[in-house]
Design a protein around this ligand. Sequence first.
Ligand code: PLP
Length: 395
Amino acid sequence: MKISRKVSEGILGEGAFDVLAKAKMLEASGVKVIHLEIGEPDFDTPEHIRKAACDAIMRGETHYTPSAGIQPLREAIAEYVGEYYGVKVDWSKQVAVGTGAKQTIFAALCSIVEEGDEVICPDPGYPPYADGVRFSGGRPVFVRLRPEDEFRMTPEAVNEAVTSRTRAVIINSPHNPCGSMLTREQVRGICEVAQDHDLWIISDEIYRGIQFDDFEHVSPMEFAPERVILIDGFSKRYAMTGWRLGYSVAPAEITKNIIKVLNVTTSCPVAFTQWAAITALRGPQDFVKWVAKRFKERRDIALAELDKSEVLRYVKPTGAFYVFVDVSPALRKLGLDSKGFMEWFMEKRNVAVLHGSSMGPSGEGWIRISFGNSDENVREGCRRLVEEVDRVVKS
Ligand SMILES: Cc1ncc(COP(=O)(O)O)c(C=O)c1O
């Protein structure tokens, strides 16, 4: 009997979850592992948001909701996005709430991509972009983010990647896994390319707000809102990864399609998490500032350790909570690829990191370190990495 190659070959999945499973297996054998692989804040969701969810459960908000989400949440999102970006958002036509930003990315790609279409994706980049494109029958066209450009997607590189089949370009600033952020000129330039070739811009802004050193966050919403599919959510800014709630804000015709995909896949997002999300958006925002401050401290802890290495190379992250580290000298010495290195390092020093190859072809030779762990664990994990890599390379 046949199975779908579209899934077995087309969908690669998110490597971080595989590494987590591997680390958990090691832990089951009694070993204590330092987790620097998974992309989630280790902080608890703020109490006022948790309380709102409990209240909603007790009120009986435990039923199906409309597929696009409950009206008060869609209104709150429209207001929040409208105010932040200085645009007018019609909650009933432009906002769709999904089970995590990940689902809205998938729904957005299914909504615009047809057989043979091309979508420009950052490489390295968040794996569900390319998977969603392939699943929709399209072809991801990778634009290599180079350390020389501080891992930023340049308008020139996007322009070069455009063909007559290109439907959309995906941007992600602050960026997973590199922690880079696009400059105003780059965002403007990418919008111009999109305008010249009539492309959609999928702008994944899930890490907005987690940015350091006064680096300004710039969105294509500022230059070309009519062609932007904005992806955002609650996971990172409000430490709500397990609540599975994200949203898209897009032109009406796209949103109609997105809602159809949400309808057939999950019917609707969880009812009581939606009520809690209203509290997240309308309540005090000091937690978001605190999260950004704590991640900056963690970044500085990680970089202080990495700087002790005579071998490791990285580009200083300005946002998100990752640093992408070049381990290629150690790979050459060990005769391993980045996945082999991830396994070797986990076994040898009990630290879980994410192999760069899981984030796209250009990620080979690199690893991603997440700051989603305590200061002590981030410091100790990086210390072990430096110790091991320097020893291997110098031996
Ligand atoms: C760039 C990027 N976009 C989207 C998501 C998905 O977030 P959510 O938990 O809302 O599905 C992630 C999660 O790691 C991410 O790194």
